[in-house]
Design a protein around this ligand. Sequence first.
Ligand SMILES: Cc1cc2nc3c(=O)[nH]c(=O)nc-3n(C[C@H](O)[C@H](O)[C@H](O)COP(=O)(O)OP(=O)(O)OC[C@H]3O[C@@H](n4cnc5c(N)ncnc54)[C@H](O)[C@@H]3O)c2cc1C
Length: 397
Amino acid sequence: MPDSTASAGLPPADRPVYVIGGGPGGLATAYALRARGVRAVVLERSDRVGASWRRHYDRLRLHTTRRLSSLPGLPMPRRFGRWPARDDVVRYLEKYAEHHRLEVVTGVEVSRVERTPDGTGWLLHATGGRRLTGTAVVVATGYNHTPYVPQWPGRDTYTGEFLHASAYRNPVPYAGRDVLVVGVGNTGAEIAVDLVEGGASRVRLSVRTAPHIVRRATAGWPAQYTGVLVRRLPVGLVDRLARPVARLSVPDLSPHGLPRPDTGLYSRVAEGAIPVQDAGLIDAVRRGRVEVVAAVDGFEAGKVLLADGTRTAPDAVIAATGYRRGLEDLVGHLGVLDAAGRPLLHGGRTRPDAPGLYFTGFTNPISGMLRELSIDARRIARAVTKNAGDRVPRLTG
Ligand SMILES: Cc1cc2nc3c(=O)[nH]c(=O)nc-3n(C[C@H](O)[C@H](O)[C@H](O)COP(=O)(O)OP(=O)(O)OC[C@H]3O[C@@H](n4cnc5c(N)ncnc54)[C@H](O)[C@@H]3O)c2cc1C
């Protein structure tokens, strides 16, 4: 890497584009820039690319297809199968960076992004007092950046094991134990099934809002293909189309505590909740192996309080309660975030008062996030070359 502190003094024409984050979004964008001859430097805080994927639980497989999850310029190999496993995704990301000879600097965490005083670029404050100046910056620090646990009253009085789902790896430590999983997104649903299969003595799943559940594939047709097809259709229409499909493909689980949601499938996606892909939950709920219970309201004297007034004392609580973007300190002062802390724009579009500051990976589309990251990568590269023109250093060879 060029000496970081020195890069602050580079003339505008020599400043690279900095990509913050070496996950699939950052790597895909770095490649797309490189493919246009633009020098991009990826700054990754951990010691290797694909840090988020390395941390995911062991049984995880993509719920999007290999073909529609491959990043630009390098398809995932056929041997990964239709639904690649976590370890294969990690291997693929390593290979991707190597194959495209991407310039990745690890162990560098960016803490703040500012406009340069002369307005010609962006100044990055990074680990070890580094000051880096780029022509443009791409923020690819991840939708699942900071594990989020609600401020449950009395949480510190709970003496059983408590962890966020991001710390869950496999069911081995929970064999023979009573576990309460809180939250029924894809992660909570899958961890509950994993615990059942791994021999937990009792598994309860705490649900505040019943989710839409879809089959990963129906008669060989992946749910993701439908997601791609309906993506641009009006929300109300997709809601109406999805209702009969759900009735046909997913049994009524209301006797087991999971009624069909009142809000339409695509309306829920618009609110940020993508449907739960069935990875065994339907069967486990029907057989009573996963018991659906009310939402968690708090903790009291070592017990969990549920919204229906029940008090329970499981051996372990796993909070599958989502993540926050964690962008406030990095770019919050630039007026580029909405009230929920998400970027106002993504892909090739930038705010007029923040030209050259791009975001990727902060939407959660029904068509698959990896696919979206590839689309955004190309758009960002196109926008950078169009807007920064000859101010970005070009690669030769
Ligand atoms: C359990 C799970 C399963 C998923 N399955 C699928 C799926 O099947 N199909 C699909 O399309 N999508 C899936 N996704 C969604 C999405 O594709 C992944 O989360 C994907 O990893 C997002 O890529 P990203 O590059 O935006 O973020 P990340 O992969 O999270 O990468 C962000 C990188 O930025 C680094 N970083 C963060 N902050 C800084 C900083 N300040 N400075 C420097 N580096 C920083 C991190 O260390 C990390 O390496 C899944 C998500 C989860 C959580």
